[in-house]
Design a protein around this ligand. Structure first.
Ligand code: RP5
Length: 161
């Protein structure tokens, strides 16, 4: 069976953040591919990735970008495969620029936009797993167990350091 999740990002510099999505998918036993696809620097790569996404069997695309973060939205324009957007935290504007660039899509081309930065990337992995789990009972069980373990790890009372 082919890879169902694509993790794409605008730059190598996005990888430390986007790796959080990959780590989550590793934990949940979901295979994925990773690619650098920039809306501005490699627009032809973006186009061909989006154009072939359905025929290649991708079912979710996680797209991270920072600053003028056009990658998730442009990818959503090019394919009906659901796109989960991750706003990368930027130095100049703390990622609010990335968030605003990704979240405010026009009607017709949605991007499921996560929180800024590492938590958003991890949640993108969980979101992708949740989508795939709809048709994959074994993955659904692993995701349920992951969620229960997280809940169980939270203490009832705070303590001093
Ligand atoms: C965006 O520009 C990328 O997604 C990245 O977050 C940002 C900066 O890229 P680099 O200059 O570090 O390659 O396209």
């Amino acid at each position: 069976m082919g890879v169902k999740v694509g993790i794409i990002m605008g730059s190598q510099s996005d990888w430390p953040t986007m790796k959080e999505a990959a780590l989550l998918l590793d934990e949940l036993g979901v295979r994925y591919e990773t690619r650098i696809v920039s809306a501005h620097r490699t627009p032809d790569r973006l186009w061909s990735y989006g154009k072939t996404a359905v025929e290649r069997g991708l079912q979710v695309i996680i797209a991270g970008a920072g600053g003028a973060a056009h990658l998730p939205g442009m990818m959503a324009s090019k394919t009906r495969v659901p796109v989960v957007g991750v706003p990368i935290q930027t130095r100049a504007l703390s990622g609010v620029d990335s968030l605003y660039s990704i979240v405010q899509m026009p009607k017709g081309y949605p991007v499921a936009t996560m929180a800024i930065g590492a938590a958003g990337a991890a949640n993108a992995g969980l979101m992708a797993a949740g989508i795939l789990a709809i048709n994959d009972p074994e993955l659904a069980a692993r995701l349920d167990a992951w969620r229960e373990a997280l809940s169980a790890s939270i203490p009832e009372e705070p303590k001093d350091d």
